[in-house]
Design a protein around this ligand. Structure first.
Ligand code: FE2
Ligand code: FE2
Length: 249
C-alpha cells in the first residue's frame, strides 16, 4: 500500500464512520441504518455456511469449525439489529411484497462498494462454492477488521441515559468484539496457507481495493445527496423474514 492509499484509507474510513455514526444517532435515520445492518449481517450466514461445508469437504476441519462459529455469530448480529428495530416498532421491509418498480425487474442490484471491491471478479467467481480461498480470507479479513472499529464508533454515539439506546449500545459493542475475533481467525487462516511475506502482500492488495471501494461508495453517496431507499416499514414482524444474501461482516 503506498502512502496515498494509506492517507485515503484513513480519510475514507473516517468519512464512512462519520456517516454511519450520524445515521445511527439521528432518530429519523436510525431505523434504516439498523435495517441495513440487519440485512447485511444475516445475509452473510448462508454464504458462510456454504463455505463451511466446502472447507469440511476439502478436509480443512480447523477452518470449517471457525466458519461454523462465524456463521452463528453473524446470525446473532442480525438478531441484535432486528430486536433494536422491533423496539422502535419497525421491521425490515418484506421484499416479496415490494412493487417491481422499486427493484427494477430483472436488473441485478448494483452496489458500488462491492462492485469496486471485487473488481475483476465475475459473480460466478464470488460464489461460495467457487471463490478462491485466499481471496475470501483476505477480503473478509479487511472487512471484519474495519467493521470492528466502525461498530465501536457507532456504539459510542448512542446515549446511555435511555434504556433502549443503552441496550443497543451494549449489543453493538458485543458485535464489535465478535468482528475482532473474526478478523483474527481469518488472518490466522491466511498464515496457515501462506508465508509471512505473502500474507502481508495479499492484505495490502485488499486494503488498496477497500480504499478504492470506499471512494466509489462515497462518491455515489454524494451523487445521491445522501438519499438512500427506505428499508423499513412500521410494525413488528410475526416471523423473521429471510434476508437476501450479501457478503457482510
Ligand atoms: Fe457481524
Ligand atoms: Fe463478522
Amino acid at each position: 500500500m503506498n502512502f496515498l492509499t494509506q492517507v485515503l484509507h484513513l480519510v475514507g474510513s473516517g468519512a464512512a464512520a462519520f456517516i454511519t455514526a450520524r445515521n445511527m444517532r439521528d432518530p429519523l435515520t436510525r431505523p434504516n441504518t439498523l435495517a441495513s445492518l440487519q440485512l447485511a449481517e444475516s445475509g452473510s450466514v448462508p454464504f458462510l455456511e456454504t463455505l463451511r461445508d466446502r472447507a469440511a469437504t476439502e478436509g480443512d476441519l480447523w477452518l470449517a469449525e471457525k466458519l461454523t462459529r462465524h456463521a452463528n455469530d453473524e446470525r446473532r448480529h442480525g438478531q441484535i439489529f432486528a430486536h433494536a428495530l422491533r423496539q422502535l416498532n419497525k421491521q425490515v421491509i418484506d421484499f416479496k411484497n415490494t412493487p417491481k418498480s422499486v427493484e427494477k425487474a430483472g436488473e441485478p442490484k448494483r452496489n458500488p462498494f462491492f462492485d469496486a471491491y471485487f473488481e475483476g471478479y465475475t459473480s460466478a467467481e464470488l460464489k461460495p462454492e467457487a471463490i478462491d480461498w485466499i481471496a475470501f480470507l483476505a477480503s473478509t479479513y479487511i472487512l471484519e477488521l474495519d467493521a470492528s472499529k466502525d461498530f465501536v464508533r457507532m456504539a459510542n454515539v448512542l446515549p446511555e441515559d435511555e434504556p433502549v439506546s443503552a441496550n443497543l449500545k451494549k449489543g453493538i459493542l458485543s458485535v464489535a468484539s465478535d468482528e475482532t475475533g473474526h478478523a483474527a481467525y481469518l488472518r490466522e487462516a491466511l498464515e496457515r496457507r501462506l508465508t509471512a511475506g505473502e500474507v502481508d502482500a495479499v492484505i495490502d492488495t485488499w486494503r488498496t481495493r477497500k480504499v478504492n471501494a470506499m471512494l466509489a461508495m462515497i462518491s455515489n453517496f454524494i451523487q445521491k445527496s445522501g438519499k438512500s431507499p427506505s428499508l423499513v416499514q412500521d410494525g413488528v414482524p410475526t416471523e423473521m423474514s429471510e434476508a437476501p444474501a450479501a457478503l457482510a461482516a
